[in-house]
Design a protein around this ligand. Structure first.
Ligand code: P6P
Length: 348
């Protein structure tokens, strides 16, 4: 029996009071939660309305956009862009910054970057999808926000979170004071605190990677995954779980323990996932929950973004598992430097 009912709004206001924050941040988060409720409705009805399947368009990455991608993007943009809290906004579905009304963009204190519907290619098959978002405080002091306000290190996020549209809709966020999960009660339209203070286990028994890319992996990645699968591993071989929907894989590993990898490989050295609105917000959540997130070599939260849609390799989840992966990946770095005749001992 739930001792007392804590809604997302109540939690945000408590955080606001505790941190002595303005209501602007609370207002922005409430707008995101409202969009998540509407996206939930559209995802749940997708098979009954004409929103399944691909739109006849592709995004800046050349990926075919799904109708629900565009709908979710439009919902999020319309919900937050008139909130008065944003100076700049970026979306996976938009090639550049979304121009905001000048008066809003000039006074807005925050930036928002999001992937409106991650994993959307799975929608037609009723597989979980998700929304991922990242919030920074603006750095420019006047006028509409610019890319400079968005291209900040993940360690400077003031909040990040995701929504997973699965068997239920769960809103997970952190504003730097732990990670908290809220389950949508559709009968009252409220997100109710269901996962307070999420802590991810130091080590898990599950790994998530697309093993179809094995032929492109570097030796270190291959050696690590082989170690996970080995019958000689302490505790026996790990279990492979790969949904193909980042938020679903990440959320399961966050709660149960485990590791998600989308490494760079010989075909895509920077992997597939985007830094600004996928890797950085999930890294913030992972590390707030006691986990770890890196490229396999460098901490995700310390990377300085160079562009809105920059891709990065991602190794994220239980801290001990990520450290073990980094140890194997370091062999790749050693080989690379040896090939460049840079003695590792002398390298930075
Ligand atoms: P692959 C979905 O398209 C996505 O961006 C993530 O949600 C998911 O983890 C990944 O791509 C799956 O990519 O190449 O394994 O199909």
């Amino acid at each position: 029996m739930n001792a007392h009912l804590v809604t997302l709004e109540h939690h945000l206001i408590s955080e606001q009071r505790r941190l002595g924050r303005s209501g602007y941040f609370t207002g922005l988060m409430t707008s995101i939660a409202t969009a998540a409720k509407v996206i939930t409705r559209e995802v749940r009805r997708a098979g009954l309305t004409n929103v399944l399947g691909a739109a006849n368009s592709s995004n800046t990455h050349g990926e075919t956009q799904q109708k629900l991608d565009l709908l979710a993007n439009d919902l999020l943009c319309r919900t937050v862009m008139h909130s008065g809290h944003l100076c700049a906004l970026a979306s996976e579905e938009l090639p550049d910054l979304l121009p905001l009304p000048v008066d809003e963009a000039s006074t807005g204190r925050y930036t928002l970057a999001f992937d409106p519907l991650d994993g959307s290619s799975n929608i037609d098959f009723n597989i979980s999808v998700g929304t991922i978002f990242s919030i920074h405080r603006r750095v420019t002091t006047e006028g509409p926000g610019t890319e400079e306000d968005l291209l900040q290190r993940g360690s400077r996020q003031i909040a990040a979170g995701y929504v997973v549209y699965g068997s239920s809709t769960i809103f997970v966020y952190s504003s730097g004071n732990g990670v908290h999960g809220f389950t949508l009660d559709p009968t009252i339209g409220e997100f109710i605190l269901s996962h307070p203070n999420i802590r991810t286990p130091a080590k898990g028994r599950m790994y998530s990677v697309n093993e179809g890319n094995r032929h492109q992996w570097t030796p270190g990645v291959r050696a690590y995954v082989d170690a996970l699968r080995s019958p000689d591993r302490v505790g026996g071989p790990c279990t492979s779980r790969y949904v193909g929907s980042l938020v679903a894989d990440f959320h399961r590993n966050l709660l149960k323990g485990g590791i998600f990898l989308y490494p760079g490989d010989t075909k895509n050295p920077n992997g597939k996932l985007r830094l600004l609105y996928e890797a950085a917000p999930l890294a913030f959540i992972a590390e707030q929950a006691g986990g770890r997130a890196s490229t396999g070599h460098l901490p995700i939260l310390e990377l300085q973004p160079a562009s809105l849609h920059q891709r990065v390799p991602l190794v994220i989840g239980s801290a001990d598992d990520v450290r073990e992966a980094e140890w194997y990946f370091r062999a790749d770095e050693t080989r690379r430097r040896a090939a460049e005749h840079v003695p590792v001992a002398l390298a930075s």
